[in-house]
Design a protein around this ligand. Structure first.
Ligand code: G16
Length: 581
């Protein structure tokens, strides 16, 4: 059978602007007639022709509700647009980092490589018929499409008049590995379904010393727990932690991927990873059992991570700093040194102190993983991270949740390597030692979710106006909490990419204090409804006698100042944030 290509008329649909990481909307919106079709065609039309015609493209995601329907539609549209091969992880499952690895590493039997990928995920947002779906495009380097492409996609969605589809192509059986070939007007079209984990596991084995991690996991002193929150990390957890590294099957919780994430919110933080938090002894009512020594969780698409020790939370900002400080000694992939390190602007300056002490190149970029990609492609950055529970390296061009766990396990193994009979060097010991060397950045983030969009815009506009009068800002601070230092600089963060010179403006409102503290406010680019206001609060302490305080208590004066300056309650009507991390 030769499939036919149909041209279907359509009209532009409003609101298809990709956010921080792709287009995320409610499933009901994605199910509206032509909603997905318009976005997919707009993407094909935004890509260079040779990355579509005759190319190989990956399509998969975190398996959330509507994924299979979306895969079938994208396959038919890809065939009609002249794509040569489509690669799909079994059951449509590929974690975001695995997609990046596949684009970079996988070579088909005929020697071809993929030129890009549609990743179907709304990341840490809940899934199900009434929840969120998402789609984003990654390029040939394995990283999210740059703004030059996402801007084109958006422009196309505003002028689209038709899309192409091969309606008579049968649905693909995505549950069985193998290649199926079809004949189309442009020649052959292949659909290649393959194991979701093989390529990723191979890559992890090249980066880490699995033998030393296996040794750690077999030690009676060390106990371990991993929570996939029913996201796609479950498709990798058993293979890596149990089969390859010898962890007990019972150390994995919520590791069966589910299309609605078991009804939960697949966001690995202290609020949503409730079961793990309780197991680790950090819950409101501490668990009866002795908590494990190490715990970690992933989000829906497995690019985020949360790292916990026994009754101990590691902030993501500290996590990337600690990984950077120990990478060369503990992780074989970095043994010849780090090319540089980078963090997003709202992430705490813990990484800056490490970079300074170790004399490493350092970059501060806007929120959004795509900004790290250019630095990595140019060989300027090896390790990077964000406060939003994202950590990664130049092995791929996405953040990588399981990589972060393996990095921590490698560091713990390294710190315990000569420790035959002694007490385990724990996660907490490693963090305390880090603070003793580099000082501590107290850090917290307040999120106000689903706020009225106009109220959020007005709040931001009010802050920008306030920034023009520092004496007024400092007067308000003194009236609120006299012990808080003066603001010495206030601006909106703007980034000039050192590789391609592109400029990104309005990347967050900053208040920089005389003692190094910072307040940052920005609107999230990943929500699907209303606006989410994020308030980031940070204070540096390098007096060893003062690094052991409770972080919410230490930051209370700055939090009060942030809420006062922003007039949060006045603009939004909210007296409490939705989530504190
Ligand atoms: C995405 C981006 C991250 C960003 C995060 C939060 O992650 O890749 O770089 O930090 O969104 O962004 P925002 O503060 O705008 O909500 P993910 O895991 O959601 O794909």
């Amino acid at each position: 059978m030769v499939f036919q290509v149909s041209k279907k008329e359509t009209v532009p649909i409003e609101g298809q602007k990709p956010g921080t990481s792709g287009l995320r909307k409610k499933v009901v919106v994605f199910k509206e007639p032509n909603y997905l079709h318009n976005f997919v065609q707009s993407t094909f039309d935004a890509l260079p022709a040779d990355q579509v015609k005759g190319a190989t493209i990956v399509v998969s995601g975190d398996g959330r509700y509507f994924s299979e329907d979306a895969i079938q539609i994208i396959v038919k549209m890809a065939a009609a647009n002249g794509v040569r091969s489509i690669w799909i992880g079994e059951n449509g499952l590929l974690s975001t980092p695995a997609v990046s690895a596949i684009i970079r590493e996988r070579i088909a039997a005929d020697g071809s490589k993929a030129s890009g990928a549609f990743i179907l995920t709304a990341s840490h947002n809940p899934g199900g018929p009434l929840e969120d779906f998402g789609i984003k495009y990654n390029m040939g380097n394995g990283g999210p499409a740059p703004e030059s492409i996402t801007d084109k996609i958006y422009a196309n969605t505003k002028t689209i008049t038709e899309y192409l589809i091969a309606e008579d192509l049968p649905d693909v059986n995505i549950s069985v590995s193998g290649v199926t070939s079809f004949d189309g007007p442009d020649g052959k079209f292949d659909i290649d379904v393959f194991d979701s984990a093989d390529e990723y596991v191979k890559l992890m084995k090249k980066i880490f010393d699995f033998a030393s991690i296996r040794n750690l996991l077999s030690s009676p002193k060390f106990t371990f727990c991993y929570d996939s929150l029913h996201g796609v990390a479950g498709a990798y957890a058993s293979r890596i932690f149990v089969e390859e590294l010898g962890a007990k099957e019972s150390s994995l919780i919520n590791c069966i991927p589910k299309e609605d994430f078991g009804g939960g919110h697949p966001d690995p933080n202290l609020t949503y990873a409730k079961e793990l938090v309780a197991r680790m002894g950090l819950g409101k009512s501490p668990s009866q059992d002795e908590p494990p020594e190490f715990g970690a969780a992933a989000d829906g698409d497995a690019d985020r991570n949360m790292i916990l020790g026994k009754r101990f939370f590691v902030t993501p900002s500290d996590s990337v700093a600690i990984i950077a400080a120990n990478a060369v000694q503990a992780i074989p992939y970095f043994s010849s040194g780090l090319k540089g390190v980078a963090r997003s602007m709202p992430t705490s300056a813990a990484l800056d102190v490490v970079a300074k002490n170790l004399n490493l190149k350092f970059f501060e970029v806007p929120t959004g993983w795509k900004f790290f990609g250019n630095l990595m492609d140019a060989g300027m950055c090896s390790v990077c991270g964000e406060e939003s529970f994202g950590t990664g390296s130049d092995h791929i061009r996405e953040k990588d949740g399981i990589w972060a766990v393996l990095a921590w396990l490698s560091i713990i193994a390294y710190k315990n390597k000569d420790n035959d009979g002694g007490k385990l060097v724990t996660v907490e010991d490693i963090v305390l030692q880090h603070w003793a060397t580099y000082g501590r950045h107290y850090y917290t983030r307040y999120d106000y979710e689903n706020v009225d969009s106009d109220a959020a815009k007005n709040l931001m506009a009010h802050l920008v106006k306030l920034q023009s009068s520092l004496p007024e800002v400092n007067k308000m601070i003194k009236e609120t909490r006299p012990e808080v230092a003066d603001v010495v600089e206030a601006d909106e963060f703007e980034y000039k990419d050192p590789v391609d010179g592109s400029i990104s403006k309005h990347q967050g409102i900053r208040f920089l204090f005389e003692d190094g503290s910072r307040l940052v406010l920005r609107l999230s680019g990943t929500g699907s409804q209303g606006a989410t206001i994020r308030v980031y609060i940070e204070q540096y302490e390098n007096d060893p006698l003062k690094t052991g305080r409770d972080s919410q208590e230490a930051l209370a004066p700055l939090v009060e100042v942030a809420l006062k300056l922003s007039n949060m309650q006045g603009f939004t009507g909210r007296s409490e944030p939705t989530v504190i991390t």
